[in-house]
Write a protein that binds this ligand. Structure first.
Ligand code: SAM
Length: 788
C-alpha cells in the first residue's frame, strides 16, 4: 500500500491520508476503500494524472503513424496499428496491459500492477459448467468461449508480434485472460467528445485504467454512494484534504460528494446496471432480490407502517420493500420474434384475417412500426424489447401488440394517419437542426372488450413463454439461491434468474390486469348503429393507398369471427371506431396519438392511469438517482458499446435520457458548461436511452477548469465473440468515418487530444446497428454478454 501510494505521489498524484485504499474489513471481506477519519463533503479524495493511467487513444491504435501514446511503447503501438481489421479498444487495451505487465519490475507501472487482484468472478472466468447455471437468463451463453476466441483469433496475431514486445514465454491464454479480466472489471470508459463544440463523438469510447480510483467499489444504492469523479484537462488549483493548495493539470479528480463519516466505505457507481450486467462485467451482485418470504414480509411491514402514519417507519419500510424488490435496473430482453409468434397464434385462433394475408399484413405492420420508431429500421423483425422494473409493460410494447392485432382495415387507417403525420412532421422540421422522431403511441383507449382481451392474451402468452426459458420459475430460482452460499457463483446465477423471473411475473400481472380491465370496459359499449357506420367507413376505404395491401384484401380482412359472433362484435366495433377516429384525427380518437418525447405522452383516460403515474414517478426518481458515475467498464455486448448508436429504437425504456444529475456538482457542471458556451455532448441529444447499460454510460461528468466538458462512461463491454476480438472495419465498428467528420474537428482545448477527439466521426452501423439499439439483431436472443 505504502509503495503504491508513494509511487502515485511521485508521479504527481494525491491520495487523501484519511482514506485507506486497501481495507479488507468490509462485510464481504473483500477489499474496499474506507474512510479512516471523518471526511467533509467536497473534500479532495484522489488525484491521478492522466499520464499515470494506462490508456490507449483510439486513434493511436487505428491510425498508422499516430503518435505513440505515453503509456504505450512504440512496439505495442505499431503492432496495434498494423492490425487489419483493427482490434477493438477492449482487445487493444488488453494486449497493451498484457505486454506492459509482462515486463514485471521493469515496467514503470509495476507498483500499480502489484495492486491488482489475481482474478474476478466476472463471466470471463466462469467454466462451461458454471455458465450452464445461467441457461435461460439474459446471460445464457451462445457463443464461443474466450479460450476458443483467443486460440483462433488472438494467439496467431500475438505470435507475430515484433520481437521484444513480449518477454519470452509471456504469451499465454492465461496471461491474456487475466489482462482481459482486469480491463473488463476495472477500466473506465470515456466518451470522447469534441471539446470545441461539445458534440459527443459516439464513435470514440476510450478506456482508462486509473490507479487508485479503480479501487473503489460500486453501490447500486444512490444513498450509499459518496463520491464524484471528473477529468480535468486544464490546469487548476486544487485544495487538498489538509487545506493546502496545489496546481494540477490533466488529471482525474475524485471528491467526496457528501460527508463521509469515519468507518464508512467510500463508494462510487459503475452505472445503473442490472444484476446480469454487474455479474457479467464485474462478477458480483449487490442488490439481490430478496427471497419471496422476505419480500412479502417487507411489503406487509410497509403497509402497516403506512397505516401507522409514522414517517420514519414508513420510510424505513419503503426502503426495506425496495431492497426486497432487488435491483431496480434489472431488465428482461423480449425478442420481437416471441411477440410475433404469440400474436400470430392469437390472430389465427380468432380468425382476425385470412391465413393467406398474414404474411403481407405482417410485413406492412413491421414496416410501419419501424418507421414510427417502435422497431429498429433495419430488420425490424430482429428487434428486441426491454421489460424493466419501472416499466414492466412499456407503452411501446403495448402499441406494438395493438398494431400487430389490428385487422387489415384498421391497420390501413392507422397507416394512412401515420404517413400524414410523418409528412407533416418532416415539413415542420425542415431546416431544424435536430429532427426528433415521433413514436407512435396508441395508449390504452382501445383496450376494451375483445380487442383488449386479445392484447392481454398475447402479453400473457409472451410472459409465459419467457418464463419457460428460465431454468425454473421464480420459486425454483429462489430455492436455488437459498441453497447456495451467498456470493458464490451458483448464488449469483440464481439471483439473476430470480430477478428476471420476477420481472416476467410483473409483465404477467400487467397482462392479467389488462384482461380484467378489458372485460369490464367491454360491457359498456354504446350505440350499435354508430358502430355499424364506423364499420362501414372502415371497410370501404381507400382507392389509392400505398399500404402494400390491395383493396380486395381489405374486404376479406373483415374478421370472420366478428361477423359470426354478433354478441362479440360489439367491442370489436368499438375498437374499430376508436382506431378509425384516431386515424382520422377526430375528437374520439384524440387519445390515440403519437408520442414525441413530449409532455403529452401519457394522456390516457384509463384505469391504469394511476399506475402509469406511479411508473412515471418511479422513472423520475430513477433519473434523479442516476447521478454521474464512473463505471469501470462493464458489459454484455460489445455491440452496445461500439455500434448501437440508434438509441431511438430501443423499446421499453424511458426517455429519461442522460439528464445531468440533479445534485449540485453536476448542476454546477452544467452551469459552467453553459457559461463556457459548450453543449453537453450527447447528454443534450434528447434521445432515449437505448439500454439500461447505456443508462449507465451516458452521464456527463465534469467540467474542466476552462470548461472542457467530457463524458465519462461506464459501459457494458462484454466481448461478443467476434467483436471481442477485433473491430472489423471502421465503418462497422465506429472508429473513424472520415466522411462524417464534423467541421470543427480540430478543436483546441485540451491540446492534441481535443483535436483528436474532434476529428472522429460518428460511427455507422454494423450489419444493422439499429438492430443493436433495440437489443440488437446481433445479440443472440437471450444473450447479452460475453458468450464464451
Ligand atoms: C474496480 S474494482 C474495485 C476494487 C476491488 N474491490 C479491488 O479490491 O481491487 C471492481 C471489482 O470490485 C469488486 N466489487 C466492486 N463493487 C462491489 C460490490 N458492491 N460488491 C462486491 N464486490 C464488488 C468486484 O470484484 C469487481 O470486479
Amino acid at each position: 500500500m505504502a509503495a503504491f501510494v508513494n509511487w502515485l505521489k511521485d508521479r504527481g498524484g494525491y491520495v487523501n491520508p484519511k482514506i485507506n485504499l486497501f481495507n479488507k474489513t468490509g462485510s464481504s471481506g473483500d477489499r474496499g476503500v474506507y474512510a479512516e477519519q471523518d471526511i467533509a463533503e467536497g473534500e479532495q479524495l484522489l488525484l491521478v494524472p492522466v499520464p499515470s493511467t494506462l490508456h490507449l487513444d483510439v486513434e493511436d491504435i487505428t491510425k498508422p503513424g499516430a503518435t505513440v501514446p505515453a503509456t504505450c511503447t512504440a512496439a505495442v503501438s505499431q503492432f496495434l496499428q498494423a492490425q487489419q481489421p483493427p482490434f477493438s479498444p477492449f482487445i487493444a487495451t488488453t494486449v497493451m496491459l498484457m505486454a506492459e505487465s509482462a515486463k514485471g519490475e521493469a515496467s514503470p507501472f509495476a507498483p500499480y500492477f502489484a495492486t491488482l487482484p489475481e482474478a474476478s468472478d466476472c463471466l470471463l472466468n466462469w467454466s462451461e459448467q458454471e455458465r450452464q447455471l445461467l441457461a435461460g437468463t439474459s446471460l445464457e451463453s451462445s457463443g464461443r468461449s474466450i479460450q476458443d476466441i483467443y486460440e483462433a483469433d488472438i494467439a496467431p496475431k500475438l505470435a507475430a508480434a515484433p520481437q521484444g514486445m513480449f518477454p519470452v514465454g509471456s504469451i499465454s491464454f492465461e496471461a491474456f485472460r487475466r489482462a482481459a479480466d482486469m480491463v473488463q472489471t476495472r477500466a473506465f470508459h470515456m466518451k470522447a467528445d469534441n471539446w470545441l463544440t461539445g458534440a459527443s463523438q459516439e464513435a470514440t469510447d476510450e478506456l482508462y485504467l486509473i490507479p487508485a480510483i479503480d479501487m473503489l467499489n460500486h453501490s447500486s444504492r444512490p444513498q450509499l454512494r459518496n463520491t464524484s469523479l471528473a477529468l480535468m484537462r486544464s490546469e487548476a488549483e486544487v485544495t487538498l484534504g489538509d487545506g493546502s493548495k496545489r496546481r494540477f493539470k490533466d488529471f482525474f479528480s475524485m471528491k467526496a460528494e457528501r460527508d463521509i463519516p469515519a468507518g464508512t466505505q467510500v463508494l462510487h457507481t459503475y452505472g445503473d446496471l442490472s444484476d446480469a450486467q454487474l455479474l457479467q462485467t464485474y462478477g458480483f451482485i449487490d442488490t439481490p432480490p430478496a427471497l419471496p418470504g422476505a419480500a412479502a414480509a417487507a411489503a406487509g411491514k410497509g403497509s402497516k407502517a403506512a397505516k401507522s402514519k409514522s414517517a420514519a417507519a414508513a420510510a424505513a419500510a419503503a426502503a426495506a420493500a425496495a431492497e426486497a424488490a432487488g435491483n431496480p435496473h434489472n431488465y428482461v430482453v423480449l425478442p420481437l420474434a416471441m411477440l410475433l409468434d404469440a400474436a400470430s397464434k392469437v390472430a389465427a385462433a380468432t380468425h382476425l384475417w385470412p391465413a393467406k394475408k398474414a404474411k403481407k399484413l405482417l410485413a406492412a405492420k413491421l414496416s410501419l412500426l419501424a418507421s414510427s420508431g417502435l422497431l429498429q429500421q433495419q430488420q425490424p423483425q430482429e428487434s428486441q424489447l426491454l421489460i424493466t422494473a419501472a416499466a414492466p409493460l412499456p407503452d411501446e410494447l403495448l402499441t406494438i401488440v395493438q398494431v400487430l392485432l389490428m385487422t387489415e382495415g384498421e391497420f390501413k387507417q392507422l397507416q394512412q394517419a401515420e404517413q400524414e403525420q410523418q409528412q407533416q412532421q418532416q415539413q415542420q422540421q425542415q431546416g431544424a437542426q435536430q429532427q426528433q422522431q415521433q413514436r407512435l403511441d396508441l395508449g390504452r383507449d382501445l383496450l376494451q372488450g375483445e380487442f383488449g382481451e386479445l392484447v392481454a392474451t398475447v402479453l400473457l402468452q409472451v410472459a409465459g413463454d419467457c418464463l419457460k426459458r428460465l431454468p425454473g420459475n421464480a420459486a425454483a430460482a429462489a430455492a436455488a439461491m437459498a441453497a447456495a452460499a451467498a456470493g458464490s457463483r451458483p448464488w449469483m446465477a440464481a439471483a439473476v434468474a430470480l430477478g428476471e423471473a420476477l420481472l416476467l411475473q410483473q409483465l404477467k400481472r400487467e397482462g392479467l390486469m389488462l384482461m380484467l380491465a378489458a372485460q369490464q370496459g367491454g360491457d359498456d359499449d354504446d350505440d350499435d348503429s354508430d358502430d355499424e357506420d364506423d364499420e362501414d367507413e372502415l371497410s370501404d376505404d381507400d382507392e389509392d393507398d400505398d399500404s402494400g395491401l390491395d383493396g380486395s384484401e381489405e374486404e376479406a380482412a373483415e374478421p370472420p369471427a366478428k361477423k359470426a359472433k354478433a354478441g362479440k362484435q360489439h367491442s370489436s366495433k368499438q375498437h374499430h371506431k376508436a382506431a378509425a377516429a384516431a386515424a382520422a384525427g377526430t375528437e374520439a380518437g384524440k387519445h390515440h396519438k403519437h408520442s414525441s418525447h413530449s409532455k403529452h405522452k401519457h394522456e390516457h383516460k384509463h384505469k391504469h392511469g394511476d399506475k402509469k403515474k406511479a411508473a412515471g414517478a418511479a422513472e423520475k426518481k430513477k433519473k434523479k438517482d442516476s447521478r454521474p458515475h464512473y463505471g469501470a467498464m462493464t458489459g454484455p455486448s460489445e455491440e452496445d458499446v461500439w455500434q448501437s448508436d440508434d438509441s431511438e429504437n430501443v423499446v421499453g425504456y424511458s426517455e429519461s435520457e442522460n439528464e445531468p444529475a440533479s445534485d449540485a456538482p453536476a448542476a454546477a457542471a452544467a452551469a459552467a458548461a453553459a457559461a463556457a458556451g459548450k453543449k453537453r455532448g450527447s447528454s443534450s441529444s434528447g434521445k432515449r436511452q437505448r439500454h439500461p447499460a447505456d443508462a449507465s454510460g451516458k452521464h456527463t461528468y465534469e467540467v474542466g477548469a476552462a470548461g472542457a466538458v467530457r463524458e465519462v462512461h461506464g459501459h457494458m463491454l462484454g466481448p461478443d465473440e467476434a467483436d471481442l476480438i477485433e473491430s472489423d472495419d471502421s465503418d462497422k465498428v465506429g472508429y473513424v468515418d472520415e466522411e462524417e467528420q464534423p467541421a470543427a474537428a480540430a478543436a483546441a482545448d485540451g491540446g492534441s487530444k481535443a483535436a483528436g477527439s474532434g476529428g472522429r466521426g460518428k460511427r455507422s452501423s454494423r450489419g444493422g446497428a439499429a438492430a443493436a439499439a433495440a437489443g440488437g439483431s446481433k445479440r443472440p436472443k437471450k444473450g447479452l454478454g460475453f458468450k464464451g
